[in-house]
Write a protein that binds this ligand. Sequence first.
Ligand code: ZN
Length: 218
Amino acid sequence: MNIILLGPPGAGKGTLANKIKENKNAVQIATGDIFRYNISNETELGLRAKEYMDKGDLVPDELTVDLVWDAFDKIEKNNSQDNIVLFDGFPRTIDQASALDKGMEERGQQIDHVVYFDIDEEILIHRITGRRVCPNCGATFHIENNPPKLEGICDVCGTKLIQRNDDNEETVKNRIDIYKSQTSVLIDYYKDKGILISIDGANSPEEVFEEFCDKLGV
Ligand SMILES: [Zn+2]
């Protein structure tokens, strides 16, 4: 089963993905992780992506799509028993969405559900500005909603947590605006296909997970 988690930054996509992985047979395809992995392992695709990033340019859609398929095909080969694949942070644009459909078709597969996180902007801003991340393993915390056991230290690997530069209020508002302008099209795209499911992103992680399981029947 292939599922897309669609929602603005801070809506809880990563948190839900982690809960699904803990409780179900699932793997996650997160573009952020894929970029990090390919760049640090200096793969051919990673080196190409790095060239754009070093120049401060956006990685083009075609290359992002190649990286996603590379990860997807590895998962299919190594973990054929996994029955849920979660796309997190992808697709972001309509071009990426149609490339995803095309690639699925070529593999005799399809996107089964698109889970859309419906959430108020004020809640998002509070969530993102309180977010702290581990620069080493990518684990995410929140100073109020999900504090680490030891203040400022990653529970997973013990590294000192940081606040990402772009997690301040002004940048967050800007990111939400960009997101909205790109995603409103995606919401319609998947609604038209009849596979869009809305989830209340303002709820607690437990409630979000419950709603996910109820609505998808998993
Ligand atoms: Zn860590």
